[in-house]
Design a protein. Sequence first.
Lengths: 198, 226
Amino acid sequence: MDIFLIVLGAILTNNILLTTFLGICPFIGVSGEYASASGMGMAVIFVLTMTLPVNWLIKHFILDPLGVGYLSLIVYIVTIAFLVQVVEMFMKRFLPALYNSLGIFLPLITVNCAILGGVLFALATWNLGFMESVAYGFGGGVGWALAIILMAAIRERLRFAPIPEGLKGPGIALIIAGLMAMSFVGFSGMINIRDFGG
Amino acid sequence: MAEGKTAVMQRASAPAIPLTQRLPQTKGWKELVQDIWDDNPTFRMILAMCPTMGATNMAINGMAQGLATLIATVASSATVAALRTIIPAEVRLPSYMIIIAFWVTIVDIFLRAYLPPLSAALGPYVPLIITNCFVLGRAEAFASQNSPGLSALDALGVGLGFTMSLTLLGIVRELLGFGSLFGIQIFSGWTPWVIMIIPAGAFLLVGIYVGIVKHFSPGGQIGGGA
């Protein structure tokens, strides 16, 4: 039950993009087209779900026992870069169709703040347990994907809307994101992931 | 490049010109000014959006986040430039990431030790400077091909432009959201605009800023990064 609540909380109340502002650059940059947006969303779900358990194990079995917490940032980012590489090779070998549809988005995920941000929230800010971290990783990824796919769908329709010259492109995208964030405020308070932390 | 060369030639032929007139001609100065305004990371390039929104609910937070990023960017760019002949091209991106992570860790530890309230207010946005797109962007696009001094100036320009944008956002959000400025109450009996404190207000405000900047100087490139 806890696991289900955390997944739901990560998607709605603690949406990684609309409430904690992580991963906004690709959110604005890649949401112009529906197909690429959903590809990016899938890639983020994949990597975030893989990264959190691995970094959790590294934190609890290597960094904490050795007392080298100050190295955590460097270790996390290297782990993320390494995992993205592994995921890329794995997909190329076993899921070529998905690999081709993701294209350039996979390597770009290393510098997506949603990944490192998700790791930092789960492991440093909230100090979640192992299964809770996995659930948060999956839910966070799904929440991010949901936001970018919604955004891409809206922007496809905006193509024919009369928008003031200065606001075309990123300007109007940010304002739409603001309206979306406003609607997500309605979920706030329903579930608080902080309560599941140790 | 060509402009830089002429500037150097002018400097060599006419050394009597005072520094105040000579400075705007130098290459470093041009990089600095260009990065502050023409290539402003926030309103022009739409880069580094996460800290732009997450850490600007108060003017002081925005400024601190900007300065922390500035220090990390300058240090990383100078280090990358100093090591540019040693780092093999095949592994340059992971190497840059490690250099950046090293400097960001130092900034983070420094803030936690000497300015704990500020560090707590900024939360994960200081460690997240690692994934700040323009820090890696400056390392890859500029520092990997230029001298440490010039790279530091280039990074300083981007950092100053970023600090300026973040402080500007923080000022508006704090004024409307809390009725105060840098923690000092400006309007007494102010009804707070909750929208400016929550995420939605940050998105709206940045969108409006981007629109204003683009409206008044339509030239230049506005792009969305990854």
